[in-house]
Design a protein around this ligand. Structure first.
Ligand code: 9D3
Length: 232
C-alpha cells in the first residue's frame, strides 16, 4: 500500500511513522508512507496556504490551489499502475464519518490512499467537492488540525495489512464490534505489595481459567461498556 499525506506540518509525522510497527512495515515494503508539504505547492513567494473567507467572518480558510497541485503532482509521480486501480483521496475533517474498525478494515483493501490534513477554520469547499472522495473524523472532540487524526488513521490501517503484525500481535483479530472487553491479565510476581493474583490463574486448571476469563470479560464489559452488549 502507498499512503501519501498532505500537510503543512510534515515534521510532526516522523516520530510516529518512524517507530515500532509502522517503521517495520515500511522497511519490509508492506507500506510506503510519503509526507508531502502543502507549502511546496504554493505559487506565491510567501508560500501562503490560507486566506480570508469570502463573505467575511473570523479565521482563515485553506486555499484550494496548493491542495489540487499537490494531488496532481502525486498522481503524476505514481507510476505503478496497480496504485491507480484502488485509490482514495481522504480529507481528515470534523465533519467526516467517524472512524471505526470496520472502516479501517475497508480502507486496508486500497492500494493508494491520499490523506489531506486540514487546519484553521476549514478548507475551501471546492477541495471537498472536486478533489476529495471521503471525509473522515476520528471522533466528536475538537483538535487543532488533521495531523493527529491522519496518524491515527494510518496506524489503524497499516496494522491490518497482511504480514505487518507478528503472530502473537495479531491473535484475537476478530471484529472490534460485537466484541467483549478483555479479561484482566497478570504476570509475575504472584504477590505484589501484598496484593495477590486471583487464585484460579495459579491452579493450572485450563477449563476453569477459561471460564473465569469469560466471566470477567463479560463483567468488565457490563461495567465499562454496556453499549457493546446491546446485541448479545
Ligand atoms: C469552526 C468550527 N469548527 C468545526 C467543528 C472548525 C474546526 C475545528 C477544528 C475546523 C478544523 C478543526 C481541526 N480538526 C480537524 O481538522 C480534524 C478533527 C477533529 O478536530 N476532531 C476529530 N477528528 C478530526 S479529523 C480532522
Amino acid at each position: 500500500m502507498l499512503i501519501d499525506v498532505l500537510t503543512i506540518f510534515p515534521k510532526s509525522f516522523s516520530p510516529v511513522i518512524n517507530e515500532s510497527i509502522l517503521k517495520r512495515a515500511q522497511k519490509s515494503g508492506k507500506v510506503k508512507i510519503r509526507i508531502n508539504d502543502i507549502r511546496d505547492f504554493t505559487l506565491d513567494k510567501h508560500r501562503k496556504v490560507d486566506d480570508r473567507p469570502f463573505g467575511g467572518g473570523p479565521g482563515m480558510v485553506m486555499c484550494a490551489q496548493p491542495m489540487f497541485s499537490a494531488v496532481q503532482h502525486i498522481l503524476r509521480s505514481t507510476k505503478h499502475k496497480a496504485h491507480s486501480t484502488k485509490r482514495k483521496v481522504i480529507l481528515l475533517s470534523p465533519q467526516g464519518q467517524t472512524l471505526t474498525q470496520k472502516l479501517a478494515k475497508k480502507l486496508s483493501g486500497y492500494k493508494h490512499l491520499i490523506l489531506i490534513c486540514g487546519h484553521y477554520e476549514g478548507v475551501d469547499e471546492r477541495v471537498k467537492r472536486y478533489l476529495v472522495d471521503d471525509e473522515i473524523s476520528i471522533g466528536d472532540y475538537v483538535l487543532t488540525g488533521g495531523e493527529l487524526p491522519a496518524m491515527v488513521l494510518i496506524d489503524s490501517i497499516v496494522r491490518l495489512l497482511p504480514g505487518v503484525l507478528g503472530r502473537s500481535e495479531s491473535l484475537n483479530e476478530e471484529s472490534f464490534k460485537n466484541r467483549l472487553l478483555e479479561y484482566p491479565q497478570y504476570t509475575r510476581p504472584a504477590v505484589f505489595k501484598g496484593k495477590k493474583v486471583p487464585q484460579v490463574l495459579l491452579t493450572g486448571n485450563h477449563k476453569l481459567i477459561a471460564q473465569w476469563r469469560k466471566f470477567k470479560a463479560l463483567e468488565q464489559t457490563k461495567l465499562k461498556r454496556a453499549d457493546l452488549l446491546k446485541n448479545k
